[in-house]
Design a protein. Structure first.
Length: 533
């Protein structure tokens, strides 16, 4: 095995997907504690403030120096180099989360046992399903009176359209929570509230008829466990790693992050079974991580962390080969060479300049405006990685410059913040000076206004547009496309790649357009468009 193979087989790059409040911050922190990356609880900044108000979000923005170090948290655990990617919790920033998911090889889904499957979880799982991303599931807060575990499994299977395969099974819940039984290892893992788990709390019970079970969890919970396990084996097929790796079934663990319970088992299992870097699809071909030549793509940009000087960090996911400091690469979109003297790797609370990085790693590149989200870097081949789509915005606004004498700042700010992915910018056909913004959530509009004013000293105002549904449009008949654009000009926008978008004010309006133009194809994300204008 060469060095590249060895390195990539060590990598485990994943993200946590969850609905706010289900315990993502707590679990992240515990994973980092077990991974030895942090030593005290409370070191991971909670994204919680972002859930409610814009003002809280702005406060967070002021502290964006922190968010850069929690964007990627790297640590070593049992021989694997783990890269945990943070994704925003707020639904208004879901595009950022979807892009983050393009840079990982697997996901950890957290479900709150009291609330069950929630809205955000459904959407994020849908994105994972589109890409066949393997998902492991942790059902959290078993120390609270939650839903029945069988009901939780049914709900997960039904609502997330994924097979569920329990790996551990809870014994009691809430105040009566006694621990879990590992169905695979046939071990009882006992829960002692408020106490760090000891090796003596893990007891092998190969045969559930063993009276030791009664001794440890009491008569009624022992009988319940026996009944449950008999029932489970009739309902759920045993865990099969290939089904998990294909994204068809999810292993399910139960525990309580706040009590440190079940996290170590989760991390141990992830490090043995989670996939190492997977092949990534470019428009031209599939790129395999073990290919000798380096390739990677930018999935996130953070700008202006330090208001004193304009700095930006582009986050690049290495997809194949070995990335080397000071080596000259090829920036595919511009066709220009690219080289960096200070590529950065991120640890839990730290960052360091690195000489090399391998598939699965995330490299931070200090950038002065070279990169846009979705850019590919290679050793010379012209390929473009897929899977970093723009999602159809729901909210549109004309944006106008409220300080006409500050036109330069206005355009610069708008362009840079669009490159960072804060908003999408469109133009109107034949009206080159008109700019339209598209966002997925209202908060994005307010953040843009705030950042324009504070970072670029430019005030901007919005004017309404009465549309809430958008689709990218293409056709393999250029004449038909031209006619379509002319006939619907009022409702047409053009994105930065020159592809047309049609806005509609209602689902019925869109259906009418679709029926009237059978030669057109309509898409809900930008990367689905087959023919470019
Ligand atoms: P998030 O990042 O997904 O939004 O969730 P976070 O970890 O911030 O957890 C949300 C709340 O749930 C927190 O309580 C946290 O302490 C609690 N929590 C997490 N894991 C468990 C668990 O296993 N059992 C129980 N009972 N609670 C859990 P909070 O009161 O909102 O915040 P805090 O004051 O405790 O920080």
């Amino acid at each position: 095995m060469n060095d590249l193979d060895q390195q990539l087989r060590r990598r485990l790059t994943f993200a946590i997907i969850s609905h706010p409040d289900s315990g993502k911050t707590t679990i992240t922190e515990k994973l980092l504690l077990f991974g030895g990356a942090i030593h005290i609880a409370g070191a991971v900044k909670s994204g919680k403030n972002m859930k409610d108000a814009v003002s809280d979000f702005m406060e967070m923005e002021k502290e964006r120096g922190i968010s850069i170090s929690t964007s990627v948290m790297g640590f070593e655990y049992k021989g694997r180099k783990v890269n945990l990617l943070d994704t925003p919790g707020h639904a208004d920033f879901s595009e950022d989360t979807y892009r983050g998911l393009s840079a990982v090889d697997s996901a950890l889904l957290i479900i709150d046992s009291v609330k069950g499957v929630e809205d955000r979880t459904r959407k994020l799982c849908e994105v994972c399903r589109m890409r066949h991303t393997p998902i492991a599931t942790f059902i959290n807060k078993l120390d609270r009176e939650g839903k029945d575990p069988v009901e939780l499994l049914d709900e997960t299977e039904r609502e997330l359209a994924i097979g569920v395969r329990p790996v551990t099974w809870p014994i009691g819940q809430g105040r009566a929570f006694k621990g879990v039984y590992s169905l695979v290892e046939r071990k009882l893992i006992l829960f002692v509230p408020g106490q760090v788990q000891m090796p003596t709390d893990v007891i092998t019970i190969a045969d559930l008829a063993d009276p030791l079970l009664e001794e440890k969890v009491g008569h009624s919970l022992a009988s319940k466990l026996r009944e449950d396990v008999a029932l489970l084996s009739g309902v759920y097929p045993p865990f099969d790693i290939d089904e998990y790796l294909a994204g068809k079934a999810t292993p399910v663990f139960f525990g309580s992050a706040l009590n440190n319970f079940g996290i170590r088992e989760l991390l141990d299992t992830l490090t043995t079974m989670a996939p190492y870097p997977t092949p990534k699809a470019a428009e031209e071909r599939i790129v395999r991580p073990e290919e000798e030549k380096f390739s990677g793509f930018v999935f996130k940009i953070l700008a202006n962390m330090n208001p004193m000087h304009r700095d930006r960090v582009a986050f690049l996911r290495v997809c194949s080969g070995t990335f080397e400091r000071n080596k000259t690469y090829y920036h595919v979109r511009s066709g220009k060479p690219f080289r960096t003297a200070n590529p950065t790797a991120f640890m839990a609370q730290d960052s360091e300049i690195i000489d090399q990085a391998w598939p699965g790693d995330i490299v931070g590149i200090h950038d002065t405006g070279t990169f846009k989200i979705g850019d590919t870097v290679t050793e010379g081949e012209s390929i473009n990685f897929k899977g970093i789509p723009n999602f159809a915005p729901h909210i549109f606004r004309y944006i106008v410059n409220a300080d006409p004498e500050k036109g330069k700042q206005f355009h610069k700010g708008l362009d840079q913040l669009a490159e960072e992915g804060v908003v999408q910018i469109f133009s109107k056909p034949r009206q080159s000076n008109v700019r339209v913004l598209g966002v997925v959530g209202q908060l994005q509009l307010e953040v843009l206004q705030y950042r324009m004013e504070h970072e670029y000293k430019s005030r901007c105002a919005y004017r309404p547009i009465d549309s809430s549904i958008a689709h990218w449009v293409s056709s393999n008949d250029p004449k038909a496309l031209k006619a379509f654009v002319e006939e619907n000009e009022r409702k047409i926008l053009v994105d930065i790649r020159g592809t047309h978008i049609i806005m509609s004010d209602s689902p019925w309006g869109f259906e009418r357009i679709k029926a009237a133009y059978p030669a057109m194809r309509f898409y809900s994300t930008s990367d689905m468009v087959e023919e470019r204008a």
